[in-house]
Design a protein around this ligand. Structure first.
Ligand SMILES: Cc1cc2nc3c(=O)[nH]c(=O)nc-3n(C[C@H](O)[C@H](O)[C@H](O)COP(=O)(O)OP(=O)(O)OC[C@H]3O[C@@H](n4cnc5c(N)ncnc54)[C@H](O)[C@@H]3O)c2cc1C
Length: 405
């Protein structure tokens, strides 16, 4: 049986391995001049290749359509990923939060391990080879048309072309158009795990400020879309860092963001704390009284938003004003105006509607001889190695099940 895998990223390479292990003749086509261009930049070049959590917890970290991944994670889980890497000479280590990396800290070792396995299994790799259309006749896939017009024939085609984020790595969303033409439903692709742009004019003044142990809540009206503790960073135009990136996956137009700068203190405890500082600095101007409580660059912002005159003597500040200050520190609002876009998005939400795919085989429901793997599908997860695990798991399931069709 002849199988073509389109896309030489994480999902495509794993699909090729799965199909070749199942006895198929596999050709992997990749439009770039090399395989795994995106893998090279994952985990800041170190590649957080999976997460060492209990396998049952993998789904808990998937933001959209987790149940769709039940069979994929069952077929290939995080321990399988680690085992394959180790068998192919890429030793792994586990860091904070279960994040798994190559011991070498080099993403290139992950790619090398995959190439080694593909070589051993006889996968035929064609680089600089871009699919421009699918060759379909009578509802059955016959092969793929590639740039230049050549038709490569196959019994089954696995689409693993990635999403639309970081388009310079090769996954620029053009594959969605090819799929739309054959009637596959594509849910609007949107950036996810992405910095959030904010319209507040004070944001540039705190650029570079990193807040640890804060709580970020993303609200749509009163509904909490995201609510977590952690670390975030102010940029020149908005917010980034782990908390903000994750919140970016839940972003909706007209949502609000509230930052609790002191989540460890109740409102009462914070008021006691402010009162203590105010007693100590009672003869100072208000503007000089918050240095024990807040990072330096945030003080002018909080003072400005509090409505309390900066030169007011601390002992003149009223209980009501102090209450306002406390509420501000526990509920600093920033106003999102959008996300940073695909150029800065770690992943894409949206893509091939999961209803188009049989989750136990990854095969298309409407076209025979076609299946999908990886980020092109409308599934996405939080940071921590979960997105690559989705690529490995869906890739392996698609590869092994394609051999049965
Ligand atoms: C900066 C950054 C850091 C990240 N870090 C992590 C991390 O540490 N851990 C983690 O789990 N996830 C991380 N991710 C997410 C992770 O990289 C992706 O979820 C994963 O690579 C998706 O794999 P994929 O194979 O589905 O898609 P891709 O890796 O995008 O591969 C798709 C491939 O298909 C090729 N292609 C596209 N169209 C065609 C066509 N028409 N013909 C031929 N080839 C085509 C592309 O060139 C590309 O090589 C990161 C992402 C980014 C951008």
């Amino acid at each position: 049986m002849k199988i073509i895998v389109v896309g030489g990223g994480a999902a495509g390479m794993m699909a090729a391995i799965g199909a070749a292990e199942s006895g198929c003749a596999v050709t992997l086509i990749e439009r770039n001049e090399k395989l795994g261009k995106k893998i090279y930049i994952t985990g800041k070049g170190r590649c957080n290749l999976t997460n060492d959590c209990p396998a049952d917890d993998l789904m808990k970290n998937v933001v959209r359509n987790p149940k769709f991944l039940y069979s994929s994670f069952g077929a290939w889980d995080n321990s399988d990923t680690i085992r394959l890497m180790n068998e192919e000479g890429c030793e792994t280590k586990t860091e904070r939060g279960g994040r798994v990396f190559p011991v070498s800290d080099h993403a290139s070792d992950v790619i090398r391990a995959l190439k080694r396995r593909m070589d051993r299994l006889g996968v035929n790799v064609r680089l600089d080879c871009e699919m421009t259309a699918l060759d379909i006749s009578g509802g059955l896939v016959q092969g793929v048309v590639v740039k230049g017009g050549e038709i490569i024939k196959a019994d089954h085609v696995i689409i693993a072309c990635g999403g639309a984020s970081y388009p310079t790595t090769g996954s620029d969303g053009r594959a969605y158009e090819i799929l739309k033409k054959i009637g596959i439903k594509i849910n609007v692709p949107r950036p996810a795990l992405v910095p959030i742009i904010c319209s507040d004019d004070w944001i540039p003044s705190v650029q570079g400020l990193s807040l640890k142990n804060v709580k970020l809540t993303l609200l749509d009206g009163k509904r909490k879309l995201y609510d977590e503790l952690g670390e975030m960073l102010f940029t020149d135009k908005g917010i980034s860092g782990p908390l903000a990136l994750s919140a970016g996956s839940y972003y909706e137009p007209a949502c609000r963001i509230v930052i609790d700068c002191k989540p460890g203190l109740s409102a009462e405890k914070l008021d006691e704390r402010i009162l203590r500082d105010f007693k100590e600095y009672s003869n100072r101007d208000f503007s000089n009284s918050l240095s024990d409580l807040l990072p330096k660059s945030l003080i002018p912002v909080v003072i400005g938003l509090s409505g309390i005159a900066p030169d007011k003597k601390v002992h003149q500040i009223t209980g009501e004003e102090r209450g306002r200050l406390g509420s501000l520190i526990k509920g600093l609002e920033v106003h999102p105006s959008g996300t940073a876009g695909f150029g800065e998005a770690i992943i894409t939400r949206g893509g091939v509607d999961v209803k188009e795919i049989d989750p136990s085989t990854m095969c298309a429901r409407s076209v025979r001889g076609l299946s999908f793997a990886g980020e092109i599908i409308d599934v996405d997860a939080l940071t921590g190695g979960f997105n690559l695990q989705i690529a490995w798991s869906t890739g392996y399931l698609a590869g092994t099940r394609a051999a049965w069709t």
